[in-house]
Design a protein around this ligand. Sequence first.
Ligand SMILES: Cc1cc2nc3c(=O)[nH]c(=O)nc-3n(C[C@H](O)[C@H](O)[C@H](O)COP(=O)(O)OP(=O)(O)OC[C@H]3O[C@@H](n4cnc5c(N)ncnc54)[C@H](O)[C@@H]3O)c2cc1C
Length: 504
Amino acid sequence: MDDLRIRDIVIVGGGTAGWMAAAALSRTLAGGGLRIRLIESEAIGTVGVGEATIPHIQYFNRLLGLDEDEFVRRTAATFKLGIEFVDWGRIGERYIHPFGSYGQEMEGIHFHHFWYRQAQAGRGLPLDRYSLAVAAAQAGKFQRPEPNRRGSPLADISYAFQFDAALYARYLREKAEAAGVRRSEGRIVEVQRDGASGNVSAVVLDDGTSIAGDLFIDCSGFRGLLIEGALQSGYEDWSHWLPCDRAVARPSRRIEDPLPYTRATARKAGWQWRIPLQSRTGNGHVYCSRYISDDEAVAILDANLEGEPLAGPNFLRFTAGVRRKAWDRNVVALGLAAGFLEPLESTSIHLIQTGIARLLTNFPDKRFNQHDIDYFNRRTRLEYEQVRDFLILHYKATERDDSGFWDHCRTMAIPSSLEERIAIFRENARLFRHDNELFSETSWLAVLHGQNIEPARHHPIAGYLTDAELDARLARIAGAMKASVEIMPRHQQFIDRHCRSETP
Ligand SMILES: Cc1cc2nc3c(=O)[nH]c(=O)nc-3n(C[C@H](O)[C@H](O)[C@H](O)COP(=O)(O)OP(=O)(O)OC[C@H]3O[C@@H](n4cnc5c(N)ncnc54)[C@H](O)[C@@H]3O)c2cc1C
């Protein structure tokens, strides 16, 4: 009988997606007799951005067996407790979308219903006072969770990382090559296909080398060399909902101890990120070219840098959307080749990670079962749609009317899935996490409340406690949060103690 097992995997591209795929596949499929090759072109380079993550990256690190302190040191990383949004709902306002949750569930329902009951009666503290992540971020503090402190907010601290994308790719490359991945340098100039099946059979480099494979992973970035260039899988454009189509990035010198959170400040036609690393600060301005020019975008960025710029501006162009088929025939697209959702909630690296996990779950043999492929594509699309809706909320939930861009966002039609979610929340504060989606009730609440969408009522079950009992419970929770933050070390202190980077 023919051996139908996949023997040769070819990864096209050595950006974050390519090296994440190489590191993960070489580790999980080790010993299976597979050959994994990665092709990249230094002449083409990588996008060189992508520095803020979400807590799920810890699962990926565990899959690779990384030592977290070493990972932080090697990538000049800092810890991240959430994202601060400045000037989104109204100019002059700010809020933090924290990792972790607010307060604690009571009577089987989410904490925020109790908080709304108290707030709607004109009593109580701001919602932020019930989030350890917000309080710690504002105080510039960080520590890892202490699971043994049962009942303490310190038992359950959710965190992610902010790291240098180039160092991250280099670090993963080292791991992948040590696990047997072979790297080829060169520019792919031709993609060859099998006449009978239509599958990609080989790629040809500019020096004439031909590299054949059974399974191709397209990590070639926005160009989607195989998935679009060769197979023309199609791209669904979502720019009518997410109109920003350019970014300009520029790192700057760090002027203070790094803060344990990312900042996203809304500007007149987009927003600016600030990502503190151990070695420098990452900055960039995501904007909509219909409303401002590149020159104006870079001027706004430069005017708002906190330290001296360390490199020239790096301009990037994109279209929000998703590949119609992230998996087509024997090609699976990951990273920017699979779709693009702007980095407002730091989701792209996560989407690479879930793409890899989904590929492993549906790992094919040479028959490439179409049902598996269809399932992979359906799940990929759903995941992108769920993230898309959450991003659109940030633009839609605004009262800003100071520019054509914000007038467009405030008044634009939104997907019915998002419309329904907002309507349910406005009624009685109910939030649902659909189909194991990435963003939890905490995330939705943070942005809805942070951008002034408020419910008329709360869950009826929150109405059964007496006022005195409600006040006492909430005061206890807020007290525990405050006491916990007081004993946490400063973020820089924690880094110095455990994982200080040597990168200048
Ligand atoms: C402005 C901006 C900010 C972002 N910020 C974040 C963030 O904070 N958090 C986050 O999670 N994500 C972020 N992202 C997304 C993140 O940068 C990407 O998901 C990540 O870098 C993966 O990129 P990639 O590997 O798919 O593509 P790329 O980095 O573009 O790599 C493509 C690879 O393909 C190779 N290649 C292409 N064509 C050929 C060819 N013909 N021959 C040989 N090799 C070829 C290139 O040499 C390169 O190695 C951001 C993206 C942008 C645009």
